[in-house]
Design a protein. Structure first.
Length: 317
């Protein structure tokens, strides 16, 4: 897990003891999520470097420049993802794919309408990479056609969802114009990718000009998204109608995680909430000593893990 102190930590999941730590250059803060692949862990620091560490020892395998420019526009950090054995990462210049063994660029979409913003990428089974946000529109790149081609059509508005969600058929993205369920279709490489909006959800508190959303979660019933209004919104995945919304004490930027009949989400009020996916009723909450902002719950072996601005990682049964 990365920290604003500029260190990336490996922590024993059973007892919470530190196994190793790795410091970025000049202790650049880490807001990126990490991905593990073939014994290596990949993340991006606020120094705009993509790091590849040995997952067992924490030793640096390689690092590569993921963006050029940086600055405040990149404070959230682009999180990498692995598709077909390639590590993909967004950046100011566009999308790049790196060889996980040596960091060489093997897929380069720079300058070809591939600027998908700086947020996390989601993989769609049809072969698309979907971004959750950026300075323009939700975007999509078809990895099977010309490098860097295309954006999702039919979706507009500034986009501040930290990541999209995908199922076997649809992508779910959010912007100033609402939360959208989009069917992606292939088109000619020169025209990029077409997108047909199946529904758009937007309530009276939706902030058109300055929307700030969490990552998006989805299950068979609902699409879940946190908002600046302090609510977790659950939207029926078939109809686009509001199933319920749950009010917290502050903005919800933490991405929701679903396990069974419970959705877990953090709030800037410092609480981690467990909410029934059907009724929207609180099952329990746990108070930390700091805000829960960009940290999203991770669930494994009956334990929920969450990071807080108080500097601690919590493991809750």
């Amino acid at each position: 897990i990365g920290s604003l102190d500029g260190n990336f930590y490996a922590i024993n999941a059973q007892n919470g003891k530190e196994k190793w730590r790795f410091a970025t250059k000049n202790n650049a803060p880490i807001l990126s999520s990490a991905v593990v692949f073939k014994g290596r862990v990949f993340f991006v620091g606020n120094d705009q470097m993509l790091y590849a560490l040995d997952a067992a020892s924490g030793k640096l395998g390689w690092k590569a420049l993921s963006t050029v420019g940086g600055g405040k526009d990149y404070d959230s950090g682009p999180s990498p993802t692995v598709v077909a054995g390639v590590v993909f990462c967004n950046g100011k210049e566009g999308l790049k794919g790196y060889d996980p063994e040596n960091g060489k660029v093997v897929w380069d979409g720079r300058g070809k309408r591939a600027g998908l913003g700086v947020y996390a990428l989601s993989y769609h089974p049809a072969g698309f990479l979907i971004n959750g946000g950026g300075s323009a529109y939700p975007g999509a790149i078809n990895l099977r056609i010309a490098k860097g081609q295309g954006r999702v059509g039919g979706v507009g508005g500034d986009t501040f969802s930290l990541s999209a969600a995908c199922d076997e058929k649809y992508a779910y993205v959010a912007g100033g114009s609402g939360l959208h369920k989009v069917l992606l279709t292939e088109s000619q490489p020169k025209k990029g990718i077409a997108g047909t909006t199946k529904f758009t959800y937007k309530d009276k508190n939706w902030n058109n000009m300055h929307p700030h959303f969490s990552a998006i979660g989805a299950d068979k019933k609902n699409v879940y998204i946190g908002e600046i209004d302090g609510c977790l919104h659950a939207v029926n995945i078939e109809t686009g109608k509001l199933s319920w919304k749950f009010q917290t004490g502050d903005t919800v930027r933490s991405g929701p995680s679903i396990a069974g009949d419970i959705v877990y989400v953090g709030s800037e009020d410092g609480n981690l909430y467990a909410i029934d996916v059907t009724t929207g009723k609180e099952q329990w909450k746990f108070k930390t000593d700091g805000k829960i902002t960009y940290s999203s719950p991770w669930i494994g072996d009956g334990v929920v893990y969450i990071g807080s601005a108080d500097g601690y990682v919590y493991a809750l049964e």
